[in-house]
Design a protein around this ligand. Structure first.
Ligand SMILES: Cc1cc2nc3c(=O)[nH]c(=O)nc-3n(C[C@H](O)[C@H](O)[C@H](O)COP(=O)(O)OP(=O)(O)OC[C@H]3O[C@@H](n4cnc5c(N)ncnc54)[C@H](O)[C@@H]3O)c2cc1C
Length: 455
């Protein structure tokens, strides 16, 4: 049995960000994930907006952590070989009532320390020519960006692994042992780990982990979001994130270009009880398409690649970050419902502070710790000089996935990662192969062969 100073439960974007942060210290850290890959929970199915926090509740921990994270995206993503673009967001007002509401949204953005301004409908269409001519005015939030949330989660985990964090996939935490008010061991089907401190980053299962640990009770539940994914033919035309004025209950539907130039329409927001339910339904999807069409006219379902759903880890209270009240060596990073991608860098800092405050040995810096993932892997798609890529590696001349133009060189680089894909889905997360128009119909067999050859 190995001894760890800190065991983190859950390898979503939050757990992986914490693992990266702790990997800069001399602490001995393990990251345990139930699934066979990182980022299989909420971190897999989100909108990929790195918000600058305009619409966060003023004065909330969420607003504070998003604000602290926002300026660092360019540097962080460059260090993790993760696509990020600060393209700005527009909240379109199409009626007099919506236009009046912009003043309140501007005040909210400013209260959150977020740069924003109200622009005319004409200016909004200059910033995003796809925006509806019906827009009378808009809130422009230039600091909002788009990020690839899967690459971000992987990038955090790869760097943590590189700095010695023991990343254990397929290791569900099934129980704990304790002496007095302190946890001593974390149990998995593969055996127990000795843990001096435990971090609960189990997303929607954070309440289960707290219960198993004898920690304070809180409740988490799924808040489902449904999406359409449209292909590059339309996504590549977008210059900005486009949304509408939010309602009391939800941030509303957005049209969001992805870092791969596809387009997301969504999400819905509906509280549920079945944590495993990722089913879509026609009524919700029709409503999303209609709402998106009100923001950007001319959207056509023939551009649709797929529909999907994901569950936000909703909880009461939200952003439950800090020491547990019952267990002296348990720290929660739970209930990070709607902005966990955007706040993950600052959440990791706060958890580091909470661990230090509780006496965990996380203050000494690890000598020679890496601050970046290994050599970035260029993509053929959109590369300014494809022949230079082929000269550098002939594998760039072998296109495996025609829709997304993913080459053998990119696939092989993914298979050589510290945390390599164990399935075609894992390869898709790392390279975008099979994520395009044909959803793998043309490349699946070749991808399976390559994954199996490495297995
Ligand atoms: C529809 C939707 C849209 C969103 N849009 C955005 C957005 O645009 N921008 C943004 O910033 N955020 C967005 N979010 C929110 C963001 O996705 C979440 O806040 C974030 O992913 C939460 O990360 P997490 O690591 O806490 O949870 P998760 O990603 O769910 O990770 C928790 C992990 O814990 C693991 N786990 C659970 N139980 C155990 C166990 N017993 N043992 C070991 N491991 C366990 C799970 O397998 C999972 O991998 C959105 C979310 C959704 C669903």
């Amino acid at each position: 049995m190995r001894d760890y100073d800190v065991v983190i439960v859950g390898a979503g974007v939050v757990g992986c960000a914490i693992a990266r942060r702790l990997s800069f210290t001399t602490a001995r850290v393990a990251l345990l994930e139930a699934a066979t890959d990182v980022g299989e929970g909420a971190s897999k199915g989100n909108t990929g907006i790195a918000t600058s926090g305009a619409d966060c509740p003023p004065g909330s921990l969420e607003a504070e952590l998003v604000r602290r994270s926002s300026p660092g995206w360019e540097a962080l993503c460059a260090s993790l070989d993760t696509p990020f673009r600060r393209i700005g967001g527009l909240v379109l007002a199409r009626t007099a009532a919506e236009e009046a509401a912009l003043t309140g949204l501007l005040a909210q953005a400013r209260a959150n320390g977020c740069a924003a301004g109200i622009v005319s409908g004409e200016r909004a269409r200059e910033l995003e020519p796809m925006a509806t001519p019906a827009a009378r005015a808009a809130l422009h939030v230039p600091g909002d960006g788009i990020v690839d949330p899967l690459r971000l989660t992987l990038g955090y985990a790869e760097l943590a692994d590189r700095n010695g964090v023991d990343v254990r996939l397929g290791s569900p935490v099934t129980g704990f042992r304790a002496v007095g008010d302190r946890l001593t061991h974390v149990e998995t089907p593969h055996g127990a780990l000795h843990a001096t401190f435990v971090v609960n980053a189990a997303g929607i299962e954070a309440d289960t982990i707290s219960h198993l640990a004898g920690g304070e009770p809180f409740r988490t539940w799924p808040r489902q979001g449904q999406y359409w994914l449209l292909d590059r033919e339309i996504g590549a035309r977008f210059r900005a994130i486009v949304g509408g004025v939010p309602t009391a209950g939800s941030r509303g539907v957005y049209c969001v270009p992805t870092t791969h130039a596809s387009l997301l329409l969504g999400p819905t927001a509906r509280d549920g009880s079945d944590r495993a339910d990722r089913a879509v339904d026609r009524e919700s999807l029709d409503a999303v398409f209609e709402a998106a069409g009100g923001l950007v006219p001319g959207l056509d379902r023939r551009w649709a690649i797929k529909t999907f759903a994901a569950n936000r880890p909703a909880s009461e209270p939200e952003y439950r970050i800090g020491a547990d009240r019952e267990r002296a060596n348990l720290v929660h990073a739970a209930g990070i419902r709607s902005t966990g991608v955007s706040s993950s860098p600052a959440v990791a800092e706060l958890v580091h502070e909470a661990l230090a405050g509780a006496g965990a040995p996380v203050l000494d810096e690890r000598p020679g710790a890496a601050t970046a993932s290994l050599e970035p892997v260029p993509r053929l798609l959109g590369h300014p000089d494809p022949s230079a890529l082929v000269a550098r590696d002939p594998g760039y001349g072998d296109v495996v996935c025609p829709c997304e133009q993913v080459t053998a060189a990119e696939v092989d680089a993914a298979l050589r990662m510290r945390l390599p894909p164990r399935s075609v889905d894992g390869l898709r997360k790392r390279t975008h192969a099979a994520a395009g128009r044909c959803q793998g119909a043309m490349c699946l067999a070749a991808l399976v062969r390559r994954v199996e050859a490495r297995a």
